[in-house]
Design a protein around this ligand. Sequence first.
Ligand code: ARG
Length: 457
Amino acid sequence: MEKLWGGRFQKQTHQLVDAFTSSIAFDQELALVDIAGSRAHVNMLAAAGIISDEDRTILRDGLDQLAAKAAAGEIAWDTSHEDIHMNVEYHLTKLVGPVGGRLHTARSRNDQVALDMHLYTREAVDMVMEKIRVVQKALVAVAENHIDTVLPGYTHLQRAQPVSLAHHLLAYAWMLQRDWERFRDGRARVNICPLGAGALAGTTFPIDRRHTAAELGFDDVYANSMDAVSDRDFVIEFLAAASILIMHMSRLSEELVLWSSEEFHFIELDDAFCTGSSIMPQKKNPDVAELLRGKTGRVYGHLLAVLTVLKGLPMTYNKDMQEDKEGLFDTVKTLSGALDLLAPMLETMRVNGQAMEKAVAEDYACAVDLADYLVRQGMPFREAHGIVGRLVFHCIKEGCYLHQLPLSTYQEHSELFGEDLYQCIEPKAAVQNRVSEGSTGREALRQQLDRLKEKMG
Ligand code: ARG
């Protein structure tokens, strides 16, 4: 078939070249934003007197018909037209006749594809931000049900100090808050319109770039036409924010996997979010959480891929940039699927508060509270640390826990110990005694929840 740019050529391209350079197999994902961009372009061309109102009506009606068909999946994208832009022009021309050939006036595929990528990424940012909120709300809901559920907080994956389960879960809600803000901040740089840059140098036609930008909901237009067609920073920023987001989701998933193991037994994931084994009839595996953890690899990979594609490119558009698409599309689908699953998985998990309490009780998690007790009696912290350390060593030797030692043993180590020490090593009390801002105590938790909810709007 005759190429849209065939005029200068004496020969057909080699069929291997067509297969290698074609992007229609994946950039058809851009069909609707491409058509929306063309629609705004046509309106602007008419408003600026570059095409007639009559032609505008024909072109716009044709584009609207194409959009409806594309949305319904009714267009057979033709591999003999290398990309979505050429396909749309080809199908439009088939529909409306030679007027279709006016569509590309004062435009290049370079500013067109940049526009499509901005529109696609903007939609993706909005989708991700909305879905982050849903997961945050699920975390807050579970947290609010478990303000008084106590479990060991860990450092080095060793039991460290008792915390409220709400506090633990809200740590993830805050990570997601930063993710949400990162996408929002990046959106400002996505929402700038490159259309009108032409191939790289602008155009001889009296176009009105602000007209198209406003119609498409952009906040501004690129000030430099060369920057406009060669910039993919917004894609990289999206992939970077996506990488951090999926890293957070992966960490949460890792906790769910650990906690649902027999060894921890802190939670049970709902059957609906687990799968079985083909050989071991007893198994119930946390596959969703595992796979979510595993999906980080591809997202990081996409970020690295686009960074690498861009790193050596001279000004301005280079065909290399076609490689910005599949990774972005895959990232958007991966994030969407992962975010959709997290909320219901959290909302349906069963929390085994007893196992959590047992883990705190059969431990030395309140050793700091004991040292703080001595400090309140006037002892320097370092000295208190030493005494409690020796008490813990004594317990380990005797095979018991701190709350099981008689007062006389305590007093052998320090005269400052009194009967009231037992209250401060009771795990629930130890949690409630944490009064500092941002801590796990009930009052501090209330304030934290208020702060988070205010941010979440
Ligand atoms: N398919 C191309 C891409 O995705 C569109 C732009 C092509 N421009 C060009 N001058 N060959 O980057």
